[in-house]
Design a protein around this ligand. Structure first.
Ligand code: 5AD
Ligand code: SF4
Length: 466
């Protein structure tokens, strides 16, 4: 199998990664200057941006949401689908233009795209005004790169092998909910997916370090944590110390933080032990994101997913039976190479059986360097778009039905903030991750309150504080 560029990209630099023990090495040399930070992609990137933001603040920058006002532009990129690339190159065009008048502007690209050799080569050859390219594996090098970037046009990409960092500094988006990385990378190598190449092999953090972070978050008043990883239920398999994800979950629950959830789970690694722990503890949210990807066993095999349609449905039913009121959401890809109408209908069949609370749906996008990108594909884009449309209609119907079941019920909502659209309302999420717009809770931000649900839509609920 030919995976040339990306494998090289993983070991491109032998630079030793020095860990920034504390913030003393960062000089406030950009006081009064502004940063523009744009984040694409998954929760992992959102959380990485919290680290990037911390360094920008330590360097003296303050935030602006206007690119043209900024002294440094940082794009934290995603590589999972082609359209993510296009958006980033759109921003780069604006940076190029801006730099004509503003010579000191620093342009930095981080995230998954900077782990792709072909992208880095494209930046080097076609976008020489980019000052910094930094990877996903040692973001703590970012301040050094910025301090060196003034006046020096240089590109640095680091190796992504083997690092797990502790005591990472974050400027968190919320004072109520926090992300907690429990692992980095992924070893599953689903044939369509670029993540194992851009984020490297699976590296788990030690359980005691994670628990310490969770305890600190609780002490600091956080109400909800999300344990984060590409494949959380494979947690610790690389540590060889008999730790399991279920053990970690139980220890987190015992710390007593109000709400705990986790993303993302792979059906293949979902154990009975995990189901028991979720059912046992009230503060583990009855919410599971369980990517299906496809309903046909043949396509699942070609995707390298390691389960059949029947095994998935059996697991789904087991979770539903053993965890009362659980909400399950999923990810689905339509139009994997050569997917027939019959095979697509199998996906619809699973959706009709599982009646998901919600789903993220995608048209398959070939990613250079992955095995699936080498497969010939006889299905045209129009057919794929029609399938996506059809799938979404069914998904939305079930989301709405799940929401309608809650009308008239009293649910617990963690109130997060004033609603953007209607300043008279606040919004928050149930423990099953349903968005609720609430009347009469403005003094309850940061609290978990009882809300009576008054109306249901496809993607949200309305309610009032009791
Ligand atoms: N094309 C389309 N969707 C993809 N995903 C991952 N790789 C691809 C790809 N090449 C989807 C999967 C995954 C989600 C995060 O993105 O459904 O679960
Ligand atoms: Fe990608 Fe599969 Fe790993 Fe998820 S489990 S990140 S889809 S390789």
């Amino acid at each position: 199998m030919n995976l040339p560029n990306l494998k090289e990209a993983r070991v491109r630099s032998d630079k030793k990664v020095e860990y920034l023990e504390n913030d003393n090495n960062i000089k406030k040399m950009f006081d009064g200057k502004k940063y523009f930070l744009k984040t694409y992609g998954c929760q992992m990137n959102v959380h990485d941006s919290e680290e990037i933001r911390k360094y920008l603040e330590l360097l003296g920058f303050s935030e602006t949401d206007t690119l043209e006002d900024s002294d440094i532009v940082v794009l934290n990129t995603c590589a999972i689908r082609e359209n993510a690339h296009d958006k980033v190159f759109g921003y780069l065009g604006r940076c190029k233009h801006l730099k004509k008048d503003k010579k000191d502007l620093i342009v930095a690209i981080g995230g998954c795209m900077s782990q792709e050799e072909n992208v880095v080569n494209e930046i080097k050859t076609k976008h020489p005004y980019v000052d910094i390219v930094f990877g996903t594996h040692n973001i703590n090098e970012f301040p050094k790169l910025v301090m060196n970037a003034t006046g020096i046009q240089d590109i640095e990409v680091y190796s992504c092998e083997g690092n797990v960092f502790e005591n990472v500094l974050y400027s968190r988006d919320s004072k109520i909910k926090a992300w907690v990385n429990i692992m980095y990378g992924c070893d599953k190598f689903c044939t369509y997916c670029i993540v194992p190449y851009t984020r490297g092999k699976q590296r788990s953090r030690k359980m005691d370090k994670i628990l310490k972070e969770v305890q600190e978050l609780k002490n600091n008043g956080y109400k909800e944590i999300t344990l984060l990883g590409q494949n959380v239920n494979a947690y610790a398999k690389d540590l060889n110390d008999k730790t399991t994800f279920a053990m970690l979950l139980e220890e987190c629950a015992k710390i007593g933080i109000e709400r705990i959830r986790f993303v993302t789970s792979h059906p293949w690694d979902f154990t009975d032990e995990m189901i028991d722990i979720i059912a046992k503890y009230d503060n583990i949210m009855p919410y599971i994101h369980l990517p299906l990807q496809a309903g046909s066993s043949k396509i699942l095999k070609l995707m390298g997913r390691r389960y059949t349609k029947e095994e998935y449905i059996e697991l789904f039913n087991k979770i539903k039976t053993r965890i009362p009121n659980v909400a399950i959401t999923t990810d689905i890809i339509v139009g994997f190479p050569n997917e027939t109408e019959e095979e697509f209908n199998e996906t619809l069949d699973v959706v009709n059986k599982c009646k998901y609370d919600g789903a993220y749906t995608f048209i398959y996008s070939p990613r250079e360097g992955t095995p699936a990108a080498l497969m010939n594909d006889s299905i045209d884009l129009k057919t794929k778009e029609e399938r996506l449309y059809k799938l979404n209609e069914i998904i939305n119907k079930y989301s709405k039905e799940a929401n309608e079941k809650l009308v008239g019920k009293i649910v617990k909502v963690l109130i997060e903030d004033v609603s953007e659209k209607d300043k008279e309302k606040v919004f928050g999420y149930t423990d099953t991750m349903k968005l609720v717009n609430v009347i009469g809770g403005s003094d309850k931000i940061g609290e978990i309150v009882d809300v009576k649900i008054t109306d249901a839509k496809s993607f949200s609920l309305d309610g009032e504080v009791l």
